[in-house]
Design a protein around this ligand. Structure first.
Ligand code: K1U
Ligand code: ZN
Length: 173
């Protein structure tokens, strides 16, 4: 298992629409293991494959509170199949937008469907952090970031900050 480097804003890869996983191969199993390793190392509660530069519809998640009893999930081709009318606001972060947190309103509960690494189709209902996280991760698969749910003013401020940081890094300053 390898910890892979994270793709950081304003990298244009974050805006790609990822492709479906067509077959569960050893490469896909290795990618899943690397994504989990990278997610736990960050640390994060979710990760989409594009965040390590791979434009495939793959997500890892673990919203368990305990570090000793991990509950890793690998979602292949996940999709939201139902959302509640009720909304909730959660302070979100993103491993691709380090140290920036903002409140985002999303449906409170969702049902989502995915294929696991055994090829089984699973449908599951989520609430609380898991509901927020699965919506945030599926957004990544469609090139959408949580800052897209904020006002244009806030989004522009974040973009400017990260563009400046990337320029400084490229110039070695
Ligand atoms: O996709 C990502 O960038 C991961 C992101 C997922 C997420 C978190 C919170 C709300 C919505 C989506 C993160 O994991 S950010 C890190 C984080 O929230 C966290 C890290 C360690 C423990 C608990 C939370
Ligand atoms: Zn994110």
């Amino acid at each position: 298992m390898t910890i892979r480097p994270l793709v950081i804003l304003p990298d244009p890869k974050l805006r790609l629409v990822s492709e479906p996983v067509k077959e569960i191969t050893d490469e896909i199993r290795t990618l899943a293991a690397d994504m989990l390793e990278t997610m736990y190392d960050a640390p994060g509660v979710g990760l989409a494959a594009i965040q390590i530069g791979v434009p495939l519809r793959m997500v890892t998640m673990d919203v368990s509170k305990s570090e000793t009893e991990r509950q890793p999930l690998v979602l292949l081709n996940p999709e939201i199949v139902w959302t509640s009318e009720e909304k909730r606001t959660y302070e979100e972060g993103c491993l691709s937008i380090p140290e920036y947190y903002e409140e985002v309103e999303r449906p409170d509960r969702v049902k989502f469907r995915y294929m696991d690494l055994d090829g089984q189709t699973i449908e599951q209902e989520a609430r609380d952090l898991m509901a927020t996280c699965v919506q945030h991760e599926i957004d990544h698969l469609n090139g959408v970031l949580f800052i897209d749910h904020l006002s244009k003013l806030k989004r522009d401020r974040v973009m400017t900050k990260f563009k400046k940081a990337a320029k400084r890094e490229a110039s070695g300053a």
